[in-house]
Design a binder for this molecule. Structure first.
Ligand SMILES: [Zn+2]
Ligand SMILES: [Zn+2]
Length: 392
């Protein structure tokens, strides 16, 4: 980025009184994330990459079963409702719960699933492993800000602008704070899938770590001082959507905004073809209607310059349902036909509510501040900094 833009970046964080006095707003220092939650793991290899790990059965008031030095490994295998702890092909112990605690200042573990054979991942801090439905259930107990850094990498990748990383860190932290009890019934805080936030391991990438540090403790609150639901999508195609247009609730911070920043980004345009019959048959069977010739004609020449919600003039046929059924990238499409084929020409990628990632990336490159970008996509909100006590 050139110096002119660097010069005009002004990051202003407001401190409403409410945040200082309100004890409800405190972030946990650690968070429990179920990792590999999309996979059914029978056997996994664990190698310490940094620090010495102590392995306990059940809880840490017991004597540790063994210690794992840097670059040493153990293997865990699910057997019925138990876990076999294996070292150098010898079964050390059969337990119902394994606690793996790092004993050094920095502790990094490499987890390499053997059955099934999946790509390895690296995580910071501690783990607790039990068996659920005959498979290993692995929970990473990790410092919140390290988790945020891992999410930022999983959700936005490398080579982004520093301010964009700060934006992504702020919305990831707010999301974690708001949804901290999402998996309470299963005994952890969040999962590692897009159901919560993608978290495919730690990051060692300095620009992300710096951005997480620079935005440390910052979250987004609404007019009632509650953390907001920081939903986002890849590309809005030029206009975001009101929350109530696709979800049940109208939220004051999820308002439609025009966005020209994302129009030349990779997710801005898409095209897909299906047969005319497939679409018309889907509409007639889903809505239990018989389309007249003029209704068919309306559908087959459907256009959107600004976002619409329905495919038909009677506002019965939801674009959201068309998108879901035909796995379209967005609901922001127009239709043309060629012989018996429909060509969807669409804009944007994702549900279109909240922050547009590619727009925010471009705004960061243009020199807008973290606060300006966040307030561009989320309305009626404030940024607050809470709980800095966990600072290293
Ligand atoms: Zn989840
Ligand atoms: Zn956009």
């Amino acid at each position: 980025m050139n110096n002119f833009y660097r010069f005009i970046i002004i990051v202003i964080i407001s401190f409403p009184l409410i945040a200082k006095g309100n004890t409800n707003l405190s972030l946990p220092s650690k968070i429990d994330i179920r990792i590999f939650s999309g996979s059914e793991i029978n056997e996994i290899n664990l190698t310490s990459l940094e620090g010495r790990y102590l392995i306990y059965s059940d809880n840490e008031t017991n004597e540790p079963l063994l210690s794992v030095r840097k670059f040493a490994s153990i293997k865990l295998r699910a057997k019925d409702s138990k876990i076999l702890i294996i070292r150098r092909d010898t079964i050390i112990q059969e337990v119902s719960k394994v606690l793996i605690l790092g004993g050094a200042f920095n502790n990094i573990m490499l987890l390499n699933p053997i059955e099934p054979d999946l790509a390895f991942r690296m995580y910071d801090d501690d783990f607790v492993i039990t068996v659920a439905d005959g498979k290993l259930k692995i929970i990473n107990i990790v410092a919140l800000e390290k988790y945020i850094a891992g999410v930022v990498q999983s959700e936005s990748g490398f080579l982004r602008h520093a301010v964009y990383y700060q934006v992504q860190a702020t919305i990831a932290r707010t999301y974690a704070f708001k949804n901290i009890n999402r998996h309470e019934a299963q005994g952890h805080n969040l999962c590692d899938q897009v159901h919560c936030q993608a978290y495919y391991g730690r990051t060692g990438y300095n620009p992300i770590i710096e951005a997480v540090n620079d935005s440390r403790g910052t979250i987004i609150i609404d007019n009632n001082s509650q953390p907001v639901n920081t939903v986002y999508h890849a590309n809005c195609g030029g206009e975001t959507i009101n929350s109530e247009d696709i979800w049940p609730q109208a939220l004051p911070y999820l308002r439609s905004v025009k966005d020209t920043f994302c129009l030349n980004s990779p997710g801005a345009r898409w095209e897909m073809k299906i047969s005319i019959n497939d679409l018309l048959r889907f509409v007639e069977s889903t809505y239990k209607i018989k389309l007249s010739a003029s209704e068919k004609n309306h559908i087959l020449t459907f256009t959107q310059d600004n976002r619409k919600l329905h495919l038909d003039e009677n506002k019965k046929i939801h674009l959201r349902q068309i998108r879901e059924n035909f796995k379209l990238r967005s609901t922001f499409f127009s239709i043309t036909t060629e012989n018996d084929t429909i060509i969807f020409r669409g804009r944007g990628f994702g549900h279109g509510v909240g922050l547009c990632q590619e727009g925010a990336m471009k705004m960061a490159q243009y020199g807008f501040s973290k606060e300006y970008i966040i307030k561009y996509y989320y309305k009626n909100i404030e940024l607050v900094v809470i709980d800095d006590f966990f600072a290293n």
